[in-house]
Design a binder for this molecule. Structure first.
Ligand code: SF4
Length: 466
């Protein structure tokens, strides 16, 4: 791609984000870098100089969604509403030149880990003719945290502590395009947490592919316990939520740090994927149902009100009815608060794509329905157990005279909510006594004497600019 010297800056850059919270953080870093370089970033503007599509390449379905978004942006370009289109992120990294054929018409296809370079990238695209492809081996240059733009709710934010993954689960495409695990230096994480607190965050949600591996590449040891103890001291932050534990690394040391740090929520998001030892072996995952039950026992002994979320894959190649039944028995015994289930999806270039014993779609779907039925009953029973008890709630929304928030049991965007009649200012905490429950949500009333509005905040839930 040839750049024209002295090309004019884009007036506005529109960023469209697909996929998970990690992509959301990448987009905020891209937006921050662009704002600092003098661009505007406004997703709702009718016209833009440049449109960036931050793609997701995790599963076949997310790939389709990203391709649709690219095609839509290219149509906008043809209609003259945007001048240049940049395709960034996981799908560009995963497919490279193939994506240029599948979703043609963009001006540049650029891979992951380029957030800090985005001012340069946009400048290059604005002054260039022709199509560019910049997909190198994944590497991560942590953008200057001071420049990260906040696009979500001010009081809650994701904080990415590492990138990539060193595991080799046979169904997963992530390491192939996000690369090996790379930690963000501890002082950078702390600096970013302070920055988030200064811009209104009260809850930070630590994200990584495997948060338990944090620090190993930098410090030669798993450093999550130290990171938690240091984050616990950051002023202004009230809740620290940890997302995505790897089962064999949720050690006693991590559990102690979680128990000791009062800001760290007793919330365990631990994707187990299955429970049967043979299925797990084929998935190249550690442990088995018995070991997982031991671990849950330890967690609950240290943090009795811990909420546990996991995900399972049903219909993995070779999964027999007996293996599936073992998983259902495990679910009955484990009594997990939240379960997300996925029907196994064959992903090109993963070892499970060609494995023997592919399960018929109808069987996968039937197993999925059975699993969800069992889990819905369990989730409802666990929620019923909260009736009459008190929960601290971070309120986020007011609708039709009801305040809606989340307790320690509810991660943003994926879990349930807590409702109470009356208005509590979004972004504030209040205690709620639970009076009713359903499978996902709880309904309660304000605890007498609990501050209805603990701090005055002017902001309402902002619309995402993308
Ligand atoms: S641990 Fe998670 S991200 Fe890493 S390979 Fe396994 S499923 Fe993929």
């Amino acid at each position: 791609m040839s750049a024209t010297p002295g090309a004019a800056k884009a007036e506005n850059v529109k960023i469209v984000t697909l996929g998970c919270a990690k992509n959301e953080v990448d987009s905020e870093e891209i937006a921050g870098v662009l704002l600092q370089a003098g661009y505007t970033v406004d997703g709702s503007a009718k016209r833009s100089g440049v449109t960036v599509i931050n793609t997701c390449g995790f599963l076949e379905s997310s790939k389709e969604e990203s391709i649709q978004a690219i095609r839509e942006a290219v149509r906008e370009k043809q209609a003259g509403r945007t001048e240049k289109v940049i395709v960034a992120g996981c799908l560009a990294q995963r497919l490279g030149a193939d994506l240029m054929k599948l979703a043609p018409g963009a001006d540049l296809y650029v891979g992951v880990g380029q957030m800090g370079r985005f001012a340069e990238i946009v400048r290059e695209v604005r002054g260039a003719n022709g199509v560019g492809l910049e997909v190198e081996a994944p590497h991560h240059r942590w953008a200057d945290v001071k420049t990260r733009a906040r696009t979500g709710r001010p009081w809650s934010s994701y904080l990415k502590v590492s990138e990539g993954c060193d595991h080799k689960c046979t169904f997963c495409t992530i390491p192939s395009f996000r690369g090996l695990h790379v930690s963000k230096p501890i002082e950078r994480v702390l600096e970013e947490a302070r920055h988030l607190a200064a811009t209104g965050a009260k809850e930070i949600n630590l994200i990584a592919q495997d948060v338990t591996q944090y620090g190993f590449d930098l410090y030669g040891k798993f450093t999550l316990p130290r990171l938690l103890r240091e984050l616990n001291e950051v002023e202004g932050i009230e809740w620290i939520r940890i997302l995505y534990f790897y089962p064999s690394r949720l050690t006693d040391e991590v559990i102690s740090a979680m128990r000791d740090c009062e800001k760290v929520l007793p919330y365990i998001d631990i994707p187990l994927q299955h429970a049967h030892p043979e299925t797990l072996k084929r998935m190249r995952r550690p442990g088995n149902g018995a070991k997982y039950l031991d671990l849950l026992g330890k967690l609950r002994a240290a943090m009795p009100d811990a909420a546990v979320r996991t995900t399972f894959i049903v219909g993995f190649p070779g999964e027999t009815e007996a293996e599936f039944q073992y998983l259902l028995d495990f679910i009955e015994e484990a009594r997990l608060d939240r379960v997300g289930a996925f029907v196994f999806s064959r992903e090109a270039s993963t070892p499970s794509f060609d494995m023997e014993g592919q399960v018929a779609f109808r069987t996968k779907k039937e197993r999925y329905d059975r699993l969800m039925q069992v889990q819905q009953r369990i989730s409802r029973e666990i929620n019923d157990g909260w009736v009459g008890r008190k929960l601290r709630v971070l309120f986020e929304d007011v609708r039709d005279g009801w305040s809606i928030g989340r307790s320690h049991r509810d991660a943003p965007e994926i879990d349930g909510q807590v409702f109470r009649k009356g208005v509590t200012e979004p972004g504030t905490y209040a205690d709620v006594t639970i009076e009713e429950a359903d499978v996902y949500d709880l309904i309660g009333r304000a605890v007498e004497g609990s501050a209805e509005v603990e701090s005055a905040v002017e902001h309402r839930i902002p619309k995402k600019p993308q």
